[in-house]
Design a protein around this ligand. Sequence first.
Ligand SMILES: *[C@@H]1O[C@H](CO)[C@@H](O)[C@H](O)[C@H]1NC(C)=O
Ligand SMILES: *[C@@H]1O[C@H](CO)[C@@H](O)[C@H](O)[C@H]1NC(C)=O
Ligand SMILES: *[C@@H]1O[C@H](CO)[C@@H](O)[C@H](O)[C@H]1NC(C)=O
Length: 806
Amino acid sequence: MKGIQRLWNCRKGIIQCLFMMFSWKAVSGQIHYSIPEEMHKGSSVGNIAKDLGMDGKQLPDHGLRIVSPVGMIQYFSLNANNGHLQISERIDREEICREAEKCMLKFQVLVESKLKLYGIEVEITDINDNAPHFPLWEQELEINEASMPGFQIPLPKAQDPDWGINSVQSYQLTGSSNFALHVQTKENGARLVELVLEKSLDREEQSAYNLLLTATDGGDPIRSGTLQIHIVVIDANDNAPVFSHPLYEVSINENIPKWSTLLTVRATDMDEGINGDIKYSFQEITKRDSQMFLLNSTTGEIILIGNLDYEESSLYAFEIQAKDGGGLSDRSKVVISVTDLNDNAPQLSVTFATNTILESSPSQTVIAILNVQDRDSGINGEITCSIPSNLPFQLKKSMDNFYSLVTDGALDREQVSVFNITVTVTDHGVPPLSTVTVITLHVLDTNDNPPLFEKTDYTFYFVENNQRGAMVSSLKANDLDWEENARITYSITDDQRSDSRLSSYLSINSETGVIYALTSFDYEDFRDIRFRVKAQDGGAPPLSSNVSVTLFILDQNDNAPQILYPSPPTDGSTGIELAPRSSEPGYLVTKVVAVDADSGQNAWLSYQLIKATEPGLFTLGLHTGEIRTARFFLEKDALKQSLVVLVKDNGQPPLSASATLTVVLADTIPAVLSDLSSISAPVDPPSDLTFYLVLAVAFVSCLFFTFLLVLLAIKLHSWRNSQLLESGSVNFSGAPISQFVGIDGVRAFLHSYCQEVSLTTDSRKANYSNTLSSKEACEAKDPILPGEDLNLNNEGLIVVQVSKQY
Ligand SMILES: *[C@@H]1O[C@H](CO)[C@@H](O)[C@H](O)[C@H]1NC(C)=O
Ligand SMILES: *[C@@H]1O[C@H](CO)[C@@H](O)[C@H](O)[C@H]1NC(C)=O
Ligand SMILES: *[C@@H]1O[C@H](CO)[C@@H](O)[C@H](O)[C@H]1NC(C)=O
């Protein structure tokens, strides 16, 4: 064969020669030619005439022609002139013989002249006229990236219709070292071309490969065909999603509005398609947190759907998961810390509070216990508790969040009875928030104030001869306390010298303080009543105070003057006065002595001579009551002169009394008697009268001196007592005072022996001296009001006073 191929390279002519030679060799039974395919038309295959041994000159005569079966393509033509067999049609071995190993074209040549048929065989030899080719230009193959090395994929085979060595001899794969080619020849000679995965694939690294498969034949020249192999690496879920952070931390203000996106978590997955399709979800989340946050499964946004409150929870931590469609997942943690804002006002609750307190409560008495809280934390939760500083209270921090409100100082209900204590709690946030509570505290009364009279002492004036039960006056005490502690009860009390009869004179309405007279007062009986009124409140223990009350009885002109001398007739006779006939004008004959139990103007007596036997003979001192002679007596003047004297007081209306005096104009008593006997027969003998008179005078003067001594002794004694008692003891001296009250028996004596005294102690002067002696008590308003009785005045006058004891 090799020798032939070498020859093939020689010139065409030589080739044809060689074919000739070859043909010759075949001639035994029939003529055999061998030609390569694809020779040009008209190319000579061989000279049949010559090969049949026929002379060229008579050829046309032989009548050579090709006899071929009907329908067969005439590949050859026979030149009848020179006997050359020529190619008339293109001969493609692959078309005619396909796969056959030997390709023979057989026909007969008829020699008409001899009527002889000769078999002709033309063997068509193969030339490499076909390149290997693949059924497709390119092919796409999908290989899962997860495929293991050694994985095989059959590849299409290249076709080459040529025969033998001209057919496909080898395959080559280029483009990637990841792939190799595996060609194996089966027993039946069929070859199997497979793509073998040499190294494992990673779609994420390289998702596609372009390979070129080349098939080459063994012809000369070598021909080849290629196939573009496009390998697509199919994703396998070989990558799990990966979160961008192992921990997501975010800090947010607690006032962030609902539906805000707090953060976005992100996970990546190198895979594609469903393997890279990540769905986010919560993992291990509490119900509370799941109601607070929403995780968008596609975007990874964490959205706030609840209301954050730092005070409820300041930290949220949960796990999230990212999962791809292939079921791979990753987890991460989310920590959401909430930042406190000063959004909570402090809370103040009163754990304990009393709304009343006794004013006597000591300092540091607990009024209320307060609990303060602020739900915020840090500085927002720091609080200050305060009350106004001007209140007598104090806030004391007792425990962590407890304050006690205590009194700080003394309370006085009488000053402030209700306190509104404003407790303010403020936190230290910016801006600060505060809460205010008012605690109302009523201060309860304690009996700490005694009743107080409006005046330090009371002086009342009350006119005598009042009606029983008449209202004398009223006094009032006030108590600053409250209710029962201020309910005042009045009562009349006396000094230590308790006089049980006081209660029969006066009574006081215990509630109103109005004083009533129980009896009708008589100025002449007593002129003042001194007592004390006590006001006592209803507290326990009760408090009381008392006040001195002086009730002065005012005089009314209810007493007519009383004539002491001359004494009123008891037996129808009148007193007889002697007036010597030789008396000079102005001779004091006698003196009418009268007193008036009243006082002042009501006792200011005036004397009037309203009737006289001989008018003009006697004068009467208007205020002295002295009867004096107005002229010398004359003979013609009657021996017995009768005078009627009217004594009148100065009251309104005035009261009066009258007395009748008989003045006898005689020098001596015997003369009188003789004179009288001439006037009136039935009279006692004068000697007897004189004797009795002298006897009486002597007796009376003795009595008087005794009386004076006794009186002096008594007075001295009582003066000493009064000195002892003088120190402020207020006395109820219900003494009816008449400056000049004598004992009946003394009266006559007074006239005779105490002329001087009686001269200065007539009713009017007596009053004045009394006034002088009690200046202090009387000078205020009424100069005629008598004060305390003085028994011994500084003028040395002896004033007789008889106190009636009650
Ligand atoms: C997630 O976000 C997307 C885009 O904003 C939205 O269309 C989708 O409705 C959201 N899903 C949920 C469950 O909220
Ligand atoms: C205390 O508060 C009460 C009720 O608010 C009010 O009626 C009263 O006048 C207040 N008293 C004082 C002393 O402020
Ligand atoms: C009257 O008050 C004084 C003190 O002011 C007291 O000493 C006296 O005991 C009181 N008298 C009566 C009867 O209560």
